[in-house]
Design a protein around this ligand. Structure first.
Ligand SMILES: [Zn+2]
Length: 280
């Protein structure tokens, strides 16, 4: 019901104009009919004023709607069925959370632009033997599930920075590193991931980010649990990079602690689709 209401309001400008012209013609026709059947002149004027008021109301409503769409980022894809915001109301189908949401609308995630390629470089200088290709495969998978164009452009010697404080520096960095360099990796934290958002009080978007992978620990995980377990960590961190936060749902890969899951669950996938539908 709500979706249909929104759809009817979001006709393209030309269709909208045509629809309005149709309405005007219909009003003209009714006016002409009224003239034939001859209500008193004063009532005809009142009818005309009512018609004008209705048209004005429609124009104001359409103007307000296009303002909301343009400035505040509401649109059919986020309010309609195509996209349901995350949270605990989706427990039955697996849940997800966003890393950050838009200031004007806590239902909308902060995202990368789906219209721009997200270029990524990898520092694999100390990547454990046997992890070749994991970052590239994981980027391809997150790209497929989000629709975002993530491209591994090559390798780099750039080091990650602590506290995820890399700022807007481009391109996105995925680095195999150590807890000596990134203290947050101490203990059983195997990876970190996130992006930097820029924007005003209406709308923010991600422009760059970094993933830091604990090379020594992931080497142990590789030996003990195999390649899929290492890839699970990389996928989880890339999930953060594109805008997913931790969910309480232990059955999802985006749960804060991995309990043996090696691929994205239903909630994760719904969330990934959502962060791929940001504005350009
Ligand atoms: Zn995490």
């Amino acid at each position: 019901m709500r979706g249909r209401f929104l759809d009817s309001l979001t006709l393209g400008p030309r269709r909208r104009r045509r629809a309005m012209m149709r309405q005007l013609r219909e009003l003209d026709r009714l006016d002409a009919q009224a003239a034939w059947t001859g209500p008193p002149p004063s009532r005809r004027r009142a009818g005309g004023r009512l018609g004008t008021a209705v048209i004005l109301l429609v124009v104001v409503a359409l103007g307000l709607w296009s303002f909301l769409v343009r400035v505040m980022g509401y649109d059919v894809s986020v309010l309609g069925d195509a996209f349901r915001p995350g949270g605990n109301d989706e427990k039955s189908a697996g849940s997800y959370e966003f890393m950050a949401t838009q200031p004007v609308n806590p239902r909308l995630p902060v995202t990368y632009s789906p219209c721009k390629e997200i270029v990524v470089v990898e520092n694999d200088t100390i990547a454990p033997k046997g992890t070749d290709g994991i970052v590239e495969e994981s980027l391809a998978e997150v790209g497929r599930l989000t629709g975002l164009r993530l491209r591994l452009a090559g390798t780099t010697g750039e080091q990650p920075v602590p506290d995820q404080a890399r700022g807007e520096r481009q391109p996105v960095l995925v680095a195999w590193t150590t807890p000596d360099r990134i203290p947050e990796l101490e203990g059983d934290v195997a990876g970190l991931g996130g992006s930097t958002a820029v924007g005003g009080s209406f709308r923010s978007r991600y422009v760059s980010g970094q993933v830091a992978l604990d090379a020594p620990q992931l080497g142990e995980i590789l030996d003990r649990d195999g390649r899929a377990a290492v890839k699970a960590v990389v996928l989880h961190e890339l999930g953060h990079l594109v805008g997913l936060g931790h969910t309480d749902d232990v059955t999802q890969l985006m749960h804060g602690e991995n309990v043996g899951r090696t691929d994205f669950g239903i909630g994760d996938r719904t969330g990934l689709r959502a962060v791929g539908q940001g504005r350009c």
